[in-house]
Design a protein around this ligand. Structure first.
Ligand SMILES: [Zn+2]
Length: 119
């Protein structure tokens, strides 16, 4: 019990933020039970698993797979940001898809990437 309350205090003091792929900005988050969150993107990117907890963005209120907090997943969000820039620069989603597929990415992954970038 004591350990848990100490842990909560640390998290609160640290005012945790993450890069929200829906807001495209750093946002404060809360760890919530999967049953309490919206789970819109929670299992999109990562291997299907039994999610018991999700990371909930405190601004858009979408829930995400806690794996999103791992540093190793940062490159994914750079990719989303790069895709978003190209779309904003006028590249059509179709031609972007062809380009990304020629880079060796899977079509399913590209579709998710583009739909996130278009938010
Ligand atoms: Zn958000």
């Amino acid at each position: 019990m004591l350990t848990l309350s100490l842990k909560e205090k640390v998290i609160e003091l640290a005012a945790p933020e993450f890069y929200c792929p829906n807001c495209h900005l750093r946002r404060p988050y809360e760890i919530k039970r999967a049953s309490e969150a919206h789970m819109i993107y929670a299992i999109l990117f990562f291997e299907a698993q039994d999610l018991t907890q999700v990371v909930e963005c405190q601004v858009c209120k979408n829930g995400f797979d806690p794996d999103i907090l791992k540093p190793s997943n940062r490159s994914l969000f750079k990719l989303v940001a790069a895709t978003r820039r190209q779309l904003l620069d006028g590249t059509s989603p179709g031609s972007l898809k062809v380009k990304l597929m020629s880079d060796g990415l899977k079509e399913e992954f590209i579709n998710q990437l583009i739909s996130l970038a278009q938010n």
